[in-house]
Design a protein around this ligand. Structure first.
Ligand code: NCD
Ligand code: ZN
Length: 343
């Protein structure tokens, strides 16, 4: 195996950059590696309007390090009162790249999400018509459904019929975590893709209980059994254009993690590409890393690929226990590949 790999510069197709002080703390870690990022709209006050997205984009750009070419791609947070005309205007003006569907109460700051897909039928038809991608947090929220089954049940109860009702709608099934999601996306002929996070490729649900309750490994959708992790690894490293990189880096202040009711979200931005590289190397699929990280996403979104490159080298990198006061994914571990130049 070679000890260097140069690929087209990657993008992150799913990230939480937060706002205010947290935005200042985290944005550089995404911007140092990824040229573009699909920015999630689940701020405490969700980004539901074109103006709010425009202002949020400005705040991200002012917080980004100088001299770094980083383009945040904004998303609209869908609610049951989203107006199709506003959404279309935001898309046509290049403010919104996509819209995000949170089932109400599925995850962090999703209370304003959608309780019934029928309520947004006209919005979905408009998106289908104008070619605006729908990004889905694919979990049911019913209390009687086991938390580990919520993604698989979402496919059967909602995703299949949504695809039949809106066959031309471009859908990204975000941060997939199960064999069922891999099979569903892998067997669709078009207009459906999925993002996969580093943590769902690296850990299974045992990690959350290793020596005690470990909120640093708690995210949503929650990590599943080993068989699911293995299915995700095969999908991500296969070169199949329907699967691409989305870190779902989701920082929370320590107080939100070190508590008896820890927040969902893993902060993986600082070593995300290194983490993916380890997985691809272990699966002997380094030749597919570029497709997953840098080519498949732009192709699905209909955007050009980046015109510069990044280089990974097989040099061990130690991940600190804390990065800017936050616990990064892989804290205290050594990863075998590092991004050059190193921070
Ligand atoms: C995300 C967050 O904290 O905003 N949390 C997470 O566990 N991934 C929301 C989300 O993507 O579900
Ligand atoms: Zn997310």
């Amino acid at each position: 195996m070679t000890d260097k790999l140069t690929i087209t510069a990657p993008d992150d197709w799913h990230v939480h950059l937060r706002d205010e002080e947290m935005l200042e703390r985290v944005v550089a870690y995404t911007a140092r590696c990824f040229r573009r990022a699909i920015v999630m709209p689940n701020l405490r006050t969700p980004v539901t309007s074109v103006d709010a997205a425009r202002r949020y984009r400005e705040r991200i750009l002012s917080a980004s390090p100088e001299g770094v070419a980083f383009t945040p791609l904004m998303t609209a947070y869908l609610t049951e009162s989203t107006d199709p005309d506003d959404l279309e205007q935001g898309f046509q003006e290049g403010v919104f790249t996509a819209a995000k569907l949170y089932p109400a109460n599925a995850t962090t700051n999703s209370a304003a999400g959608v309780t019934d897909l029928a309520q947004i039928a006209s919005v979905l038809s408009r998106m289908e018509f104008i070619g605006m991608p729908l990004l889905i947090h694919g979990e049911v929220t019913d209390a009687d459904i086991d938390v580990f089954d919520r993604e698989a049940v979402f496919i059967e109860r909602h995703l299949r019929s949504l695809r039949t009702r809106h066959p031309e709608l471009k859908v990204v099934f975000e941060h997939i975590t199960t064999e069922q999601a891999v099979d569903f996306v892998g067997s669709s002929n078009r207009n459906l893709a999925a993002t996969i996070t580093p943590h769902h490729l690296q850990i299974n649900r045992n990690a959350m209980f290793l020596g005690g309750l470990r909120s640093d490994f708690y995210c949503l959708p929650v990590v599943k059994r080993e068989q699911h992790r293995l299915a995700l690894r095969l999908a991500a490293t296969s070169g199949d254009p329907r699967f691409f990189l989305g870190t779902d880096s989701a920082p929370h202040p320590r107080a939100g993690k070190d508590t008896s009711c820890g927040c969902a979200g893993i902060f993986n931005a600082p070593y995300a590409l290194e983490s993916y590289a380890q997985v691809f190397a272990e699966e002997e699929a380094m030749h597919h890393l570029e497709a997953f990280a840098s080519l498949n996403g732009p192709a699905f979104y209909g955007l050009p690929v980046n015109n510069d490159t990044v280089t990974l080298e097989k040099v061990a990198v130690e991940v600190p226990k804390l990065v800017n006061g936050l616990v990064p994914f892989h804290a205290g571990e050594t990863l075998p590949w590092r991004l050059q130049p190193c921070m």
